[in-house]
Design a protein around this ligand. Structure first.
Ligand SMILES: *Cc1c(COP(=O)(O)O)cnc(C)c1O
Length: 463
């Protein structure tokens, strides 16, 4: 291969900036200590939160409460269940409204719906990607019971501003910190600021288990007791003495598993060290990407830290010398060019939450909960949530590859790829300008329709 060819974009036949031999290290990282922890739990013969004398689950709860700086932590089966339990513990009831951001993982909005509460969406900030205080305030009604604040991608949201508005209206704040373990907001760890807060321990998250798991944190003794009851059939299971089998509350079975708790305790022991290494690796990549005028790299304001769960980059069409309305096509072409170089650039979420059919079509429970109080329909398109739509069209994300603490050398090659794509941008402009662009939410619609037809072929219901 000649030097000239090596310099060409991989998309146009040049050599990749990220050599194929550099592999993404699997996450979560599993060490001998993790294996020993799981074996210890296995040898104990006690596997669930209801087993008398089980020590791993209370151990994880104690350590997570200490880590976040809260009085109580309650381990549960996953992060989605954690949200449902937290809202139920707060007393969210049928017909109540729960404000959630327009951009998040679907669980954030599905949790209130499972309680027959109406998820009400608030638009995000196009730079931080988090719900804005103004958007939250604009959708408050007398029925608003809670607001779920998501620290999207690992950056804490504006908790003080949102908290002050919530306090004025008697609305409970729930932090959904599934993507932000360990991130700090004005000197406090996330999960210690809302009334009751949730984390996921899914294998994709910064603090993982070997499967599924979740954690709930609160300073409130009564909320903690209710949450514990809700995870186990509404029962008070003391773990010693006899069990009454009396369900005081409408609970679920969302108990955590001991093996998973043991694994996460072991991960937690080195969480701080690994987070520091990740921070250094990611910052090196971001500093180089931020020096390129065409990319807007993620960053953290001075009063908070970023957990770098997902790295979302926006393209700036004017810096590339393109008209602003070509941002979407430019993003699509840049994403393709980066992928060809070996950078796994991909979308995170294809559509804003309010456009998800489950919310948009108000399927819910036979029209409930929206029909309970005749909740007015709000437009779920770009006119209703301009920032969320804009962000989805103009940005792409890096996930997972950067989580392993040894990802530094790989991320350095990713930075090479960003620089190469920027230097070679002239080769992309014509492609972007001529591209027949499909925004991600339309792409999702197409995929979904095909998926649905394949799953329910012959079902007869078409639109
Ligand atoms: C992952 C995630 C959840 C759900 O957690 P699970 O453990 O996968 O159920 C909830 N909210 C957000 C923001 C998430 O990223």
């Amino acid at each position: 291969m000649t030097g000239r060819q090596a310099d060409r974009l991989a998309m146009l036949g040049g050599r990749r900036a990220v050599p194929k031999e550099l592999r993404i290290a699997p996450w979560p990282r599993v060490t001998g200590e993790d294996e020993a922890a799981v074996m210890r739990a296995l040898a104990s013969g006690r596997f669930t939160a209801a087993a008398a004398g089980e020590r791993e689950i209370p151990g994880l709860e104690r350590e997570w409460a200490e880590f976040t700086g809260t009085r109580h932590a309650i381990a549960v089966s996953n992060g989605t269940a954690a949200l449902s339990l937290a809202l139920a513990a707060l007393g969210v009831e049928p017909g109540d409204e729960v404000v959630v951001p327009a951009l998040s993982f679907v669980a954030t909005a599905a949790a209130p719906l499972h309680l027959l509460a109406v998820p009400v969406f608030a638009d995000i900030d196009p730079v931080t990607y988090n719900m804005t205080a103004a958007a939250f305030e604009a959708v408050i009604t007398p029925r608003t019971k809670a607001v779920v604040v998501v620290h999207l991608h690992g950056l804490p949201a504006d908790l003080d501003e949102i908290g002050a508005i919530a306090a004025r209206h008697g609305i409970a704040v729930v932090e959904d910190a599934a993507q932000a373990h360990g991130a700090e907001y004005r000197g406090r760890r996330v999960g210690s600021i809302g009334a009751i807060n949730t984390f996921s321990l899914n294998v994709s998250k910064n603090l993982a288990t070997c499967g599924e798991g979740g954690l709930i944190t609160t300073d409130d003794d009564a909320l903690a007791t209710r949450t514990t009851m809700l995870r186990q059939f509404g029962e008070l299971i003391e773990g010693r003495g006899s069990r009454s089998y009396v369900s005081h509350l409408l609970g679920w079975n969302n108990k955590p598993a001991a093996l998973q708790a043991a694994f996460t305790r072991s991960q937690l022991e080195r969480f701080g060290t690994e987070a520091k290494q990740r921070d250094a690796n990611v910052r090196r990549l971001l500093a180089r990407a931020a020096a390129l005028p065409g990319f807007v790299a993620p960053s953290a304001p001075a009063d908070r830290t970023h957990a770098w769960h997902i790295l979302r980059f926006r393209v700036d069409p004017t810096a590339f010398g393109l008209a602003p309305e070509l941002a979407g096509p430019l993003r699509a072409v840049v994403q393709r060019a980066l992928r060809a170089e070996g950078v796994p650039a991909a979308p995170y979420q294809l559509m804003p939450l309010p456009a998800q059919p489950v919310f948009r079509d108000r399927s819910g429970f036979g029209g409930l909960p929206w029909s309970l109080h005749g909740t007015p329909e709000v437009p779920c398109g770009p006119e209703g949530f301009p920032a969320a739509y804009q962000v989805l069209d103009e940005s792409f994300a890096l996930q997972k590859a950067h989580l392993h603490p040894d990802a530094g050398p790989l991320l350095d090659r990713y930075a090479d790829a960003f620089e190469k794509v920027w230097e070679r941008r002239a080769d992309l402009l014509g492609i972007a300008a001529a591209l027949e662009h499909t925004p991600p939410w339309e792409e999702a619609g197409r995929i979904a329709a095909a998926e649905w037809d394949a799953a329910f072929a012959g079902g007869g219901e078409t639109e």
